[in-house]
Design a protein around this ligand. Structure first.
Ligand SMILES: [Zn+2]
Length: 254
């Protein structure tokens, strides 16, 4: 973004515990929907997230996702790094930038949250704010609004088990200079992917995969987005009916 530069983080910024978080139970009763779609979810006209995603409707309220996908978990991506005294390079969940304005330097923080039910639905969101916690809250909210349904199956020729532990086809996508290639892997191969990318794949419910990244993969923001784009692309691909059956393709949690 023009005007934004990465700067050294002088003081210790508030860190939150890293790791997968389980969302607190959603209180449907006190929820006051603000959109038509939200009202339909609250009154039970819509009971499945697929009724929204399959029609390509835009979700404008995160509560819709809380309500329809109850077992959501979230994780934070290490998007930033501090340039500490001793070589630095310690990764952080905050990316700190500052904008030079007439009134002086205005710092801001970016955070990247990934969410998913570990069973076919995954989302990612980037939040930016003057303070750390609001940045994280924004990112979480956006991740919910960006939820997608992914395709799983067994596209590994070494395996051929027709269960949804990996992806049905190899797929490639990019974001900025970063390219990622996702390749179906046999059962037991686990996630052969960069650590931060694995967080997204885990929350999506993919257990085995081979992957290859190229370009500026140190830029986690682009790396994660590239991976998310790949999963999105996979959902839009035409798959022949006979292969669909052979690979045991599953859409979402069904
Ligand atoms: Zn398999």
């Amino acid at each position: 973004m023009p005007g934004d530069i990465e700067i050294e983080v002088p003081k210790k910024i508030e860190e939150v515990p890293i790791g997968v978080k389980v969302a607190k139970e959603f209180d449907k009763v006190s929820w006051q929907p603000k959109t038509e779609l939200g009202r339909k979810v609250k009154n039970g006209e819509i009971t499945n997230i697929d009724q929204i995603l399959d029609r390509g409707l835009k979700i404008l309220e995160p509560e819709i996702v809380d309500c329809l996908i109850p077992n959501l978990e979230s994780d934070l991506i290490m998007v930033g790094q501090s340039k500490g005294k001793f070589g630095g390079g310690k990764r952080s969940i905050w990316r700190q930038t500052q904008k030079k304005t007439a009134e002086g330097n205005k710092p801001s923080f970016s955070s990247l949250v990934v969410i998913g039910n570990k069973n076919g639905y995954v989302g990612m969101g980037i939040g930016k704010a003057r303070e750390t916690m609001p940045a994280r809250e924004k990112a979480l909210k956006k991740a919910k609004l960006n939820i997608i349904k992914i395709r799983r199956g067994c596209g590994s020729w070494e395996c051929g088990c027709a269960t949804p532990h990996t992806i049905p086809l190899k797929i490639e996508a990019r974001c900025g200079s970063v390219r990622i290639k996702l390749i179906p892997a046999p059962k037991g191969a686990n996630l052969s992917a960069e650590k931060e990318v694995s967080k997204l794949l885990t929350l999506a419910g993919i257990k085995d995969i081979y992957s290859k990244g190229s370009g500026q993969t140190r830029t986690k923001l682009n790396f994660i987005t590239a991976c998310f784009n790949a999963l999105k692309k996979l959902s839009g691909m035409k798959i022949k009916q006979e292969y669909y059956k052979k690979a045991g393709v599953t859409e979402g949690s069904s």
